[in-house]
Ligand binder design. Sequence first.
Ligand code: SF4
Length: 149
Amino acid sequence: MYYHSFKVVFQEVPGEISLCFSISGCTLRCKGCHSPFLWKKNSGSLLTLPLFESILKQYADLATCVLFMGGEWHKEELVALLKLSKKRNYKTCLYTGEDHVSRELITHLTWVKTGKWDQSLGGLENEKTNQKFIEVRTNTIQNYLFIKN
Ligand code: SF4
């Protein structure tokens, strides 16, 4: 599994400091995609388990969550990384453009964001969005966390 970028982010998972990995090879081709550089398979660098584990260790006192932007198309590899994240006491989140996530993946997630990008409906901060930010344990949609008063 290849990642195009790694960043520490503060808004994508409300209340958490997240280690965000953008995974290469998205096949969804949403119209108006904000990250078309993620479409190319195997662009960027290989995300090996040792590299991933070293990042988790490095940020152990700072970050609280691991966020994957895509990667569900590498199910087994992603499950291994999610398991390791939980073992290192991180919460976990997946942003996917799909509407449903496999059972194997969802059991390792604290949150999941589902739904394709639709420019006319906007993102999570928009009340009419098709996208859903879901807390997995309670199976509740928590888009309200993104909507400013
Ligand atoms: S899921 Fe995200 S990266 Fe993939 S095509 Fe849609 S907007 Fe782009």
